[in-house]
Design a protein. Structure first.
Length: 269
């Protein structure tokens, strides 16, 4: 039984990510935990800090969100009645990353599936640029679904690899679970020329592996180009200290390159 966390702010974007998850794991026994987090906003912070958690403001917000969460869980259960799925609602009043980590630890979560509006959104909204903060700080594989992306059956997956990104074969387990017997080919984008991949035996689950060697181009530009040129349905990266993911999405790289994944992004850890 797979255990998957589905964060939601009840927006269409987050619901779209939930629909993607249900399609991706169709026919697979899954326990889905639907998490709603109320992030204290600026106009509420002072009132909340001066009142106990049982105060009027807290209770009103919590009650409204819990009602919406309960309705969503009922809706998902009804629409997925023929699937081997179970759903449980979770509510927390916290920042998103901390609430997610608590849920992951408490419920033994294996994968997080969440929506994203893209890396360069101007506003700090839970499912916009904060997605990057979640990916950096939450210790769990995360599958981020671009806004408006509709599920496509997996046939090709892009895996971007940098020579110094060493990994253990076990790190691919979440990807193996997603593939789940599908016949999927892997397009490996190697930034720089490398004779072999550490842990390459872990890739044997793929029906076909093609290596693309890229030199003289920035990683973000190369990824953008390949996502547009190759008919791939998912992009996979590893996140470790000073890893490929951080080079793409953090620091000056983020400010000078408008990166917005056009396909689901699976971040393995």
């Amino acid at each position: 039984m797979k255990r998957i966390l589905l964060p939601t702010d009840f927006s269409e974007n987050s619901k779209n990510a939930i629909r993607y998850a249900l399609e991706l794991f169709k026919g697979v026994p899954c326990s889905f935990f639907v998490l709603n987090v109320q992030k204290p906003s600026e106009y509420l912070t002072e009132d909340i800090l001066t009142e106990p958690t049982s105060g009027t403001i807290y209770n009103a917000i919590a009650m409204d969100n819990k009602k919406q969460l309960e309705a969503l869980v009922v809706e998902l259960s009804e629409t997925s009645a023929s699937e081997p799925f179970s759903f449980e609602g979770l509510f927390d009043f916290d920042n998103l990353a901390d609430a997610m980590q608590q849920a992951i630890n408490a419920k033994s979560i294996e994968l997080v599936v969440m929506g994203t509006n893209g890396a360069t959104d101007a506003e700090e909204v839970i499912f916009g640029s904060n997605t990057l903060q979640v990916i950096r700080n939450v210790q769990c594989p995360i599958l981020a679904i671009p806004e408006g992306y509709h599920f496509e059956s997996l046939s090709k997956i892009l895996f971007t690899y940098k020579g110094e990104d060493h990994f253990h074969p076990q790190a691919f387990q979440p990807l193996h679970s997603i593939i789940n017997g599908r016949k999927v080919s892997l397009e490996v984008l190697c930034m720089g020329h490398h004779e072999s991949l550490p842990g390459v035996d872990a890739l044997e689950v793929f029906s076909e592996i093609t290596y693309h060697y890229m030199e003289g181009m920035g990683t973000a530009e190369a990824v953008n180009a390949y996502e547009q040129l190759l008919p791939v349905q998912m992009h996979v990266v590893f996140m470790k200290p000073k890893s490929l993911f951080q080079r793409i999405f953090s620091g000056s790289e983020l400010s000078k390159i408008s990166y917005q994944s056009r396909i689901p992004l699976l971040v393995l850890k």
